[in-house]
Design a protein around this ligand. Structure first.
Ligand SMILES: Nc1ncnc2c1ncn2[C@@H]1O[C@H](COP(=O)(O)OP(=O)(O)OP(=O)(O)O)[C@@H](O)[C@H]1O
Ligand code: SF4
Ligand SMILES: [Mg+2]
Length: 455
């Protein structure tokens, strides 16, 4: 990783928040080289074998390993995500917490491959996702499941276009095709198979197989995520029409109404015909969730899904997400800086600080036995009803400059537990229980758990 590092001289200048024009040009030149290479890699045509992989643990649906996502700016390379490793077991909710700017959204955008290029790039690492994809024939077409009669003989039916109109041949006779099995919404069924894709290696245009269909994202601000000039119905139908081969408008509408019902919208037909500005914030977030469910995803990434909502609506949306996870047997990656939300929702918690994971474990381990001084600080800064103090606890100091990260513990300047050994290199991840990991020198000894109990 040989990026143009600023010389000692320039480092001194950067302390003065100043880079000369010559230095900026040198950084830009080096950045352009790397960005061009990464963009070319994303645009390449590649056979599927090149981006297929295996899960390390078959119980996982997502495994992120040593992920590095960078922004190439004229001031230098911002290592927004700097070696992140975690997994999401199937059927579970994993929460990512950390203060603003620690790289939570960049992690989720990397998984969706939505980093804004050419500046934002996945630089290295793996993102393995267990998908349930259409099985394809040698020409790459999905293989239909036929709906034959009781004697196993093919049955034929009229072909309809997207708007449900019967297609006719030159002589005005209806065109027919072999009848295919359909699900309860009337959508045609195809043979499916499980495949593990390495998202970090996928060419961009292959991502349509996963994005919106197998992995869906719910964003923080539903107003900006919905298109103001299309009706809710239009936007919901689009997901089905895009992802289900041969789906008609009529089938898509049936599915959209069902999804609006599922997310607790009382008058789905009315909302289906409304524009986003006609709905309240809570309704819009429900619509976003319905849209996420439309593709029948295996993983939902919810980035601050309740931050823009008031507390009562927040509780409703969290209830809804919790219920949905079970009904669709999916998994949720929940990103928030709200520890209360994490405590209510998550099975596992990942704590991030300055682009790295500093602690991860089960929700109970992180809430009842936090070990990293930062996690302990986060817990203390949570307001409680029984607190006798007038002021809230805050963690003093700031996160280091993301362009010039130090090679020692990033939390050192803010840590009250700092020891002599903390002046050494960045602490390694230490396992303190089968599910609990922490990156802090306090727990680096022979028996980390014992150290943990002492601290
Ligand atoms: N387009 C960009 N160009 C340069 N740096 C960026 C860009 N987008 C994000 N970053 C940097 O990446 C880092 C991580 O940002 P990210 O959005 O992931 O934070 P976050 O943890 O989601 O914070 P929040 O809780 O505020 O949403 C930040 O230091 C930010 O400055
Ligand atoms: S490694 Fe040292 S400085 Fe860093 S969090 Fe642990 S105790 Fe604090
Ligand atoms: Mg964010």
């Amino acid at each position: 990783m040989n990026f143009k590092k600023k010389s000692d001289d320039s480092a001194k200048k950067s302390e003065k928040h100043y880079l000369s024009g010559k230095e900026i040009r040198a950084i830009a030149k080096e950045n352009n080289k790397v960005m061009r290479r990464l963009e070319k890699y994303k645009r390449r045509k590649a056979p599927e074998e090149e981006f297929l992989g295996e899960m390390k643990d078959p119980a996982d649906i997502l495994e992120v390993e040593d992920l590095h996502s960078y922004f190439f700016t004229d001031q230098g390379v911002v290592k927004a995500v700097n070696g992140v490793t975690f997994s999401v077991p199937q059927g579970s909710t994993v929460g990512i917490v950390g203060e603003s700017g620690c790289g939570k959204s960049v992690t989720s955008m990397s998984i969706m491959r939505l980093l804004q290029g050419p500046q934002g790039q996945i630089y290295s690492g793996s993102i393995r996702f267990k998908s349930y994809d259409f099985k394809r024939d040698e020409k790459g077409k999905p293989i239909p499941i036929w709906d034959d009669d009781e004697n196993g003989e093919p049955v034929y039916e009229e072909i309809k276009d997207r708007h449900g109109k019967v297609k006719l041949d030159k002589n005005g006779k209806p065109l027919t095709e072999r009848r295919q099995k359909r699900d309860r919404y009337g959508t045609k069924l195809y043979e499916m198979e499980e495949k593990v894709f390495d998202i970090a290696k996928m060419p961009t245009k292959e991502m349509y197989r996963l994005r919106g269909r197998q992995i869906a994202m719910i964003f923080q601000e539903p107003m900006t995520s919905l298109n103001p000039v299309f009706t809710i119905g239009n936007q919901l139908d689009e997901v089905t029409l895009l992802h289900v081969p041969g789906a008609t408008k009529e089938e898509a509408k049936r599915r959209s109404i069902e999804m609006l019902n599922l997310v607790g919208i009382a008058m789905p037909e009315r909302v289906y015909n409304s524009y986003p500005h006609e709905l309240s914030g809570g309704m819009r977030q429900r619509v976003m969730i319905a849209m996420a469910l439309e593709g029948n995803p295996r993983l939902i990434i919810a980035d601050e899904p309740t931050t823009a909502l008031d507390v009562t609506i927040q509780a409703q949306i969290l209830d809804l997400l919790r219920g949905l996870k079970d009904s669709i047997n999916g998994s949720i990656l929940l990103i928030t800086h709200d520890l209360g939300v994490i405590a209510e929702m998550a099975d596992y918690v990942v704590v991030m600080y300055a682009g790295r994971i500093i602690e991860q474990g089960t929700a109970s381990e992180i809430f009842h036995h936090p070990m990293h001084p930062y996690t302990i600080g986060l817990q203390k800064s949570k307001p409680t009803m029984d607190s006798e103090s007038d002021s809230l606890f805050n963690i003093p100091g700031n996160v280091p400059n993301p362009i010039d990260m130090p090679d020692y513990c990033y939390f050192r300047e803010r840590c009250s537990g700092c020891k002599e050994m903390c002046y050494g290199e960045y602490p390694k991840m230490v396992q303190v229980s089968p599910t609990h990991w922490v990156a802090c020198h306090l727990y680096g000894g022979e028996n980390p758990k014992e150290n943990a109990d002492e601290n």
